[in-house]
Ligand binder design. Structure first.
Ligand code: F0G
Length: 404
């Protein structure tokens, strides 16, 4: 039976799948995860089912999350699934970007081309569907902006009240505008994202369901990005997968996707996963470099990539497990490197928000250091759309006026 389990190997306590408000293990406080059963069909058959669904007309099969439901918690009537046709985003080949980074085989998996413009929609369709299934009246999250926009949209579709906690003055106005447009109640908190999340978590027992990425259903939806990526690569595993790191839910979800695909025989090797943080919000990169075993939060995170201005990422243990599983690595890049990478992605006709550009900046650095061979097959995950932070674009071009 698909169920919840504590992520700490030493504890591994279990809970039933729909246990109310289950975010943390009641024994040890660690995060929970969904344990998926081996599919009834062979990997070959399941791959064919997934591919065939792309040609279907019903909304469940058309969703780029739910068409992978053999490896998801799925006990819902089709009519109760809250979907906006998320997923099914392209893999776009890099040209100028590849030359700039010094590599020959670079592609972007653009999760910013989702309904609300970020990868959050993949997790939100799963988490809101579960919230609706368990009768939630109000859902809430703390957010640097994208989670808020996505939660607001999916909650509106489900007819559930949305409450979003944002660090005052720090989320991009575009993202705030989305949350307002979708009818969310916006609570502005003085301080950082970490303060907003602490405030939210202190409200437990008030009947709200929390939909930050510590919610295991969010992780389930987000992991489908890797199923879709490998399908697009005809199940040929790339050498490197490069992903931005903030609260570290996304990298955790990708690690879980790879672990399951390998365990169930869909793939026989894993890509090396690289997590790239912004230098001013880099607790995992610091931990990686120093070789310590406990995360030291960054007290006052600061970066132009506001989406990942996070000092105390909650999913760091899961993300680190993913790095160990894939023989990956963690690194950071400066705001200047992010700016250069972002402009280059723009010049390739692709575009993304600053947090996503950490990936290209990181690739360039690793190639220069000889840690990524120039002929490696590399996939960078772009997490947010270019229009998510238009202030950043205008300001960065104004300050470079004359050099465009
Ligand atoms: N890229 C973008 C565009 C994001 O919005 C986020 C996180 C990340 C990368 C990092 O992902 O947290 O899973 O490591 N945004 C969250 C939010 C925190 O509230 O929108 P992560």
């Amino acid at each position: 039976m698909t169920h919840l389990r504590c992520n700490s190997p030493g504890c591994a306590s279990t809970l039933e799948l729909h246990a109310p408000a289950a975010l943390a293990c009641r024994n040890c406080g660690d995060l929970l995860e969904v344990v998926i059963d081996r599919p009834q069909h062979s990997p070959c058959e399941v791959k064919k089912i997934w591919r065939d669904r792309r040609a279907a007309y019903n909304s469940l099969d058309r969703s780029g999350v739910w068409r992978f439901r053999e490896l998801l918690p799925f006990e819902y009537a089709a009519s109760n699934v809250v979907t906006l046709a998320e997923g099914n985003v392209p893999l776009v080949r890099g040209h100028k970007t590849a030359a700039w980074a010094g590599v020959t085989d670079l592609s972007f998996k653009h999760l910013g081309w989702n309904p609300t413009g970020s990868f959050k929609d993949l997790g939100m369709t799963a988490a809101i569907t579960e919230a609706k299934f368990t009768g939630a009246k109000t859902v809430a999250c703390a957010s640097t902006g994208n989670t808020a926009a996505s939660l607001a949209a999916y909650a509106a579709r489900a007819g559930i009240t949305a409450r979003v906690f944002l660090p005052a003055g720090q989320a991009s106005p575009n993202k705030l505008a989305q949350a307002l447009d979708f009818g969310a109640e916006v609570v502005q908190i003085e301080g950082s994202f970490d303060d907003a999340l602490n405030t939210l978590l202190a409200e437990s027992g008030t009947g709200m369901q929390f939909l930050n990425s510590i919610n295991p259903f969010r992780i389930e939806g987000q992991k489908t990005a890797m199923f879709e990526l490998l399908e697009q690569l005809q199940w040929n595993v790339p050498d490197f997968l490069v992903v931005p790191g903030g609260n570290l839910g996304n990298s955790s979800s990708f690690g879980k996707a790879f672990a399951e695909l390998k365990q169930f025989g869909f793939i026989d090797r894993l890509p090396r996963m690289v997590i790239v943080q912004a230098a001013g919000a880099n607790p995992l990169a610091q931990m990686w470099t120093s070789g310590t075993t406990e995360l030291q939060p960054v007290a006052s995170p600061e970066t132009v990539a506001t989406a990942i201005r996070i000092g105390n990422p909650r999913s760091w243990k899961k993300a680190l497990q993913a790095i160990h599983l894939t023989n990956g690595l963690v690194m950071d890049v400066t705001d200047q490197e992010i700016g250069e990478a972002k402009r280059t992605i723009g010049r390739d006709g692709i575009g993304c928000e600053p947090a996503s550009a950490t990936t290209l900046a990181g690739i360039r650095k690793l190639v220069a250091k000889g840690e990524i061979p120039p002929d490696a097959q590399i996939v960078a995950v772009l997490t947010g759309h270019a229009l998510k932070d238009t202030d950043y674009i205008i300001h960065s071009h104004e300050s470079r006026a004359g050099s465009i």
